[in-house]
Design a protein around this ligand. Structure first.
Ligand SMILES: [Zn+2]
Ligand SMILES: [Zn+2]
Ligand SMILES: [Zn+2]
Length: 333
């Protein structure tokens, strides 16, 4: 397996004839449930203490079908005009809850809070490895999402490159800052809060909203009103605020689930500052110009094919309508 760079879009593509099968496979017994013999074989990385009577609250293990491997040097090699490198990185499974049926939308806020703190800890730890430029945390849930395990889980990858979409955001954030000396995300939040048409819910310092140019129907972002470029910095320095984020995340997923079961969710946080990038002005203003957030992209099965229309995102529901429907969806307190 190796990574190849597309010289036109600068995206990295993983390829190889030995890629593990990514499709969900039937499981007779859940291999992530505590007590299962399969679970005991997984390589443990970090565990958060129990909060509601279980053996633990959230746990990181090495992904049993890891597509990145921690050992090795990053040899970027040229092949004529092309670039390639080995798939060095980390691939972890973040088990959100020891109980098989307690997902982020039906677990207690204290449990979700522990999961968020595990995420922050893992990102901080992996940023200590100078080889890794970016740590991605994401969740795929439901049919058509690429979900691999039935047990409540998210995944983490540490990569030697920055994923393309994050790079777009970093460049746009830097350009905006260079022009206005303000964070574009803080400005968006201020305008959205004043207009309120695309706001779904505010809880403590956190806001759930449908972005102005949503890529998919009911696309929802969660942002913090307190500016911070890095989620892990925010979470570990203000752990008490994670209870509000947990509650807002739980309720937002409940709202989305009134419309569809399936979704992708991704956390966008700052890249590893060990690597200074010339094209991004050596990230001197990264702490000021970037702002962490969570993006949720619901998957509406019937509409899946129409999202891209001649390479332009096409969303048949405006974010104003989406926010209004999500606001009115019934959720638990
Ligand atoms: Zn399970
Ligand atoms: Zn900001
Ligand atoms: Zn983003």
């Amino acid at each position: 397996m190796e990574l190849r760079k597309d010289p036109l879009t600068r995206s990295w593509v993983m390829t190889g004839d030995d890629l593990p099968e990514l499709a969900p496979r039937p499981e007779t017994e859940c291999r992530l449930c505590p007590g299962s013999p399969e679970q005991a074989k997984l390589q443990q990385i970090s565990t958060r203490p129990s909060v509601q009577g279980g053996p633990w609250s959230a746990r990181a293990v090495v992904h049993p079908g890891a597509v990145y491997h921690i050992e090795g040097r990053i040899d970027r090699r040229g092949e004529g005009i092309y670039d390639r490198m080995p798939n060095v990185g980390a691939h972890e499974l973040l088990i959100e809850n020891p109980k098989h049926d307690r997902q982020l939308w039906n677990a207690g806020d204290a449990e979700v809070e522990q999961f968020l703190l595990l995420v922050a800890q893992r990102i901080q730890d992996l940023k200590g490895d100078a080889r890794f430029r970016y740590i991605s945390v994401f969740k795929n849930f439901g049919p058509g999402s690429g979900q691999e395990f039935a047990h409540p889980n998210s995944q983490l990858t540490a990569t030697t490159f920055i994923p393309r979409r994050v790079l777009y955001e970093l460049r746009a954030g830097l350009d905006y800052y260079n022009q206005k000396e303000r964070c574009v995300f803080c400005d968006i939040l201020a305008q959205e809060t004043a207009a309120s048409t695309r706001i779904i819910e505010v809880r403590g310092d956190f806001v759930a909203a449908c972005p102005y140019a949503s890529r998919a129907p009911y696309e929802t972002w969660i942002l913090s009103r307190a500016h911070d470029s890095s989620f892990e910095h925010h979470a570990l320095n203000h752990p008490q605020s994670m209870r509000d984020l947990a509650g807002l995340l739980r309720r937002t997923l409940q709202r989305i689930r009134t419309l569809t079961e399936s979704f992708h969710m991704v956390l966008h946080t700052s890249p590893n500052k060990f690597h200074a990038s010339a094209s991004l002005g050596y990230w001197q203003t990264l702490d000021e110009d970037y702002h962490w957030h969570i993006e949720i992209l619901p998957i509406l099965a019937a509409k899946a094919k129409s999202y891209t229309f001649k390479e332009v995102y096409y969303s048949p529901v405006t974010p104003e309508t989406a926010a209004a429907r999500l606001r009115e969806a019934s959720v638990e307190i």
